[in-house]
Design a protein around this ligand. Structure first.
Ligand SMILES: Cc1ncc(COP(=O)(O)O)c(C=O)c1O
Length: 385
């Protein structure tokens, strides 16, 4: 049985071209980018070129781009960084219950540890944010830090980032966006979007896992979370990961050049998959905002009767046994799969959330593959519906 990988929103395979780009920095060009000798300077140059390349793609200055170990770290650095730089002054964070845990748990930690006030923007059953509610939640006489993701990792919903940025600007708020899922799928230009901080992660667009970046607009004050050196202009101490930073910048550039093609391909895959499910008489409903979403992510619920008592990730495991890798978007805590916090926030019951899966495509998936996956879905669901 061939295995079909449709969990690309979790991580993508690394593009073979990108592996070629990064290998020299693991083999011959291994110098420490902070050393002053020629070995170090060689890798320093490569690192700074990667920074310039990435900065150019997102319309930023190289001095506004910082490499991190992941999207999670980029989110942590921006949110904790601003709060720590503002300690003693009034601050509140405004976010939404639909954010990735990298934002939600960071915000919860800041609330618990430092008493930072946190507000959550209201949304409807499709995950569309209520911007009037956002405006109402902005408080005068305090720094408002708004964190709203560009595209939702479980639903694919695209949030109205430009409108949120305008609201943020009119209230002098700082606006952070987690663009981890939109990177490689949508144009990311920091001035066009109007964001002050933006997080991305290499492994969502064919670079390796373990490398991310954060854009921080000049003038936004943040404290470093890692101490021990002056790396990344004092924002992040630790020896730079040149190989993966180079890979991230190259992969990002490539993905930006192929946006149209990538999205068209994803639309075709999505249509083929959903049409096949319908042809096979599999009942399903789609979650999220069908009118405004990334085409490579679909979130489906199946009307599995409650008598089926879906414990944990039963549906995912059954699909995995049938050779189809998809996800629930749930976080696994010590082996106990919790239902998706995003689907629960949309008003689904635990059972409904467990009867839902996220299917996500990459440029490497084919129409034949997704049709075959739909057939395997039908076989698995026959036993549960
Ligand atoms: C929206 C979003 N933010 C943050 C992250 C975390 O990124 P990383 O895996 O690089 O830590 C992810 C990963 O799934 C994500 O989808």
């Amino acid at each position: 049985m061939t295995r079909i990988y449709l969990d690309n929103a979790s991580t993508t395979p690394v593009e073979p071209d990108i592996v070629k780009e990064l290998l020299p920095f693991l083999e011959t060009q291994f110098g420490n980018a902070s050393s002053i000798h020629a070995f170090g300077q060689q890798t320093r140059n490569a690192l700074e070129l990667a920074r310039e390349e990435l900065a150019k793609e997102i319309g930023a200055k190289p001095s506004e781009v910082f490499f991190t170990s992941s999207g999670t770290e980029a989110d942590n650095l921006s949110l904790k960084g601003v709060v720590l730089a503002t300690l003693g002054k009034p601050i509140q964070i405004i976010t939404s219950k639909l954010e990735h845990k990298a934002v939600l748990e960071t915000v919860e930690w800041l609330e618990k540890k430092f008493g930072v006030a946190v507000e959550y923007v209201a949304h409807d059953a499709h995950g569309r944010l209520d911007l009037d509610d956002l405006k109402q939640k902005i408080r005068p006489n305090c720094l408002n830090l708004i964190s709203i993701m560009h595209a939702n990792n479980e639903l694919g919903n695209i949030n109205p980032i430009k409108e949120i940025a305008e609201i943020a600007k009119s209230y002098n708020a700082i606006f952070h966006t987690d663009a981890v899922q939109s990177a490689g799928k949508l144009k990311l230009h920091v001035d066009e979007l109007g964001v002050d901080m933006m997080a991305i992660s290499g492994h969502k667009f064919y670079a390796p896992k373990g490398i991310g970046a954060i854009y921080i607009r000049t003038g936004v004050q943040i404290e470093s979370l890692l101490h021990g050196g002056t790396h990344e202009r004092n924002r992040r101490a630790s020896t730079e990961n040149v190989a993966f930073s180079v890979a991230l910048a190259k992969a990002f550039k490539q993905s930006q050049q192929n946006l149209q093609q990538t999205n068209l391909h994803a639309q075709l895959l999505q249509k083929a998959f959903l049409d096949s499910l319908s042809e096979l008489n599999v009942p399903f409903s789609l979650n999220g905002d069908e009118t405004n979403k990334l085409p490579h992510i679909i979130n489906l619920s199946f009307p599995i009767p409650t008598e089926q008592k879906l414990a944990g990730d039963v549906l995912l495991l059954a699909l995995d046994a049938a050779g189809v890798a998809v996800s629930s978007g749930s976080a696994c805590t010590s082996g106990t799969a919790k239902p998706s916090h995003v689907l629960l926030a949309l008003g689904k019951t635990e059972h409904e959330a467990r009867a839902s899966v996220r299917v996500s495509f990459s440029k490497f998936n084919t129409i034949e593959e997704v049709r075959e996956a739909a057939t395997r879905f039908a076989d698995v669901l026959k036993r549960l519906l």
